[in-house]
Design a binder for this molecule. Structure first.
Ligand SMILES: Nc1ncnc2c1ncn2[C@@H]1O[C@H](COP(=O)(O)OP(=O)(O)OP(=O)(O)O)[C@@H](O)[C@H]1O
Ligand SMILES: [Mg+2]
Length: 321
């Protein structure tokens, strides 16, 4: 195993601030045998999505903004890729382009060898805001895409019910979205996207609005779904632990302009669980991501920008600190 990982092998009893910051994470060839075997198998699969020299500008009142600059990346069939990077680095722009909701001005995006032009059933989407139709029941929300594509009512209903069974919400088939919790709504949104049997599922911070406990359950649900069906997932997140827990590889973007900074092959063995969070592989990956996203001063808050002084809105002289 690599020096950087071995260095942090006693890290579970150290605070992150004392961890050595690795300059790189070694690739899969020098990982544990099971991780090495997993990547070997992954790279033998077909490339499903090819992104070549992708460039995207936005026109703004302040001038042209280069949101994505020469992005090059391939995704393999049934791979789980997470995209991470600072706010404004172009994560949502990338997922919207892949979804066909946004145009691009340079490069190519090919899904199964065909250029991505506009939305299509071969790409499912789950974004952060709950996008269920409030006037439709859970079952009818899941049936929507199938009905739109011309499937008969009976067939659509049967598929929807199968999906609700898979996500554990059969008992809520006739409920309306307002009767569900946040996590349940996102499960329905995932079922609604997957019922169309897309080739790739694009998820932009889908669990961002959920509390920590629900988020953890949703991560497990998603991994379970991914294991059991032929789906490739591109998942945007801000949460480093979430990315490590879910991904085969993590695409790290940097901001202004949005460019690929590094592609990380996650060395944490599968099946994954939160129990691995203190493992040397997990900590080394987190330290590397932290370094890429926050720089070498990731754990040094001495150079934080000073906050402007607040106007004191209480006249009571009882300071809390
Ligand atoms: N419709 C738009 N018009 C003009 N500029 C835009 C538009 N959408 C995005 N941008 C700009 O493109 C850049 C990338 O934005 P994007 O929303 O993709 O970032 P992000 O990585 O998803 O950020 P966050 O982590 O905050 O969600 C930013 O500079 C943003 O201001
Ligand atoms: Mg975004």
């Amino acid at each position: 195993m690599s020096e950087s990982i071995t260095n942090s092998s006693n890290a579970s009893d150290q605070s992150l601030s004392t961890l050595p910051l690795p300059d790189f994470l070694p690739d899969y060839h020098v990982q544990s045998p099971e991780v090495k075997a997993r990547f070997k198998k992954l790279y033998q699969r077909k490339i499903i999505l090819e992104i070549r020299d992708l460039v995207k500008h936005f026109e703004t009142p302040q001038g042209k903004v280069l949101a994505l600059n020469k992005i090059n990346f391939d995704i393999y069939r049934r791979e789980f890729v997470c995209v991470i990077g600072p706010s404004g680095c172009g994560k949502s722009t990338l997922s919207r382009i892949l979804a066909g909701l946004e145009s691009y001005d340079g490069g190519t995006v090919l899904l199964d060898g065909k250029a991505v032009e506009g939305p299509s059933r071969d790409r499912g989407m789950v974004f952060q805001g709950y996008t269920l139709f409030p006037w439709r029941t859970v079952k009818h929300n899941v049936m929507f895409g199938l009905e739109m594509s011309g499937k008969g009512k009976h067939e659509s209903e049967q598929s929807a019910l199968q999906w609700l069974d898979l996500i554990g919400l059969s008992n809520f088939a006739d409920a309306y979205p307002h009767q569900l919790s946040g996590g349940m709504k996102q499960r329905v949104a995932i079922a609604r996207a997957l019922v169309n049997e897309p080739r790739i599922l694009l998820m932009d911070e889908p669990f961002g609005a959920l509390d920590a406990q629900t988020r953890c359950k949703m991560q497990k649900h998603l991994l379970e779904i991914w294991r059991n069906i032929d789906i490739t997932i591109l998942f945007v997140t801000h949460d480093l632990d979430e990315a490590i827990l879910l991904a085969d590889r993590i695409l790290v973007l940097k901001a202004h302009p949005g460019e690929v900074q590094e592609i990380i092959e996650v060395p944490v063995p599968r099946p994954r669980s939160e129990r691995q969070i203190n493992s040397p592989e997990f900590l080394a990956t987190r330290a590397r991501l932290d370094q890429l996203i926050h720089g070498n001063n990731a754990h040094d808050d001495t150079d934080d920008e000073p906050l402007s002084p607040f106007v004191r809105l209480t006249s009571v002289d009882d300071n809390v600190e």
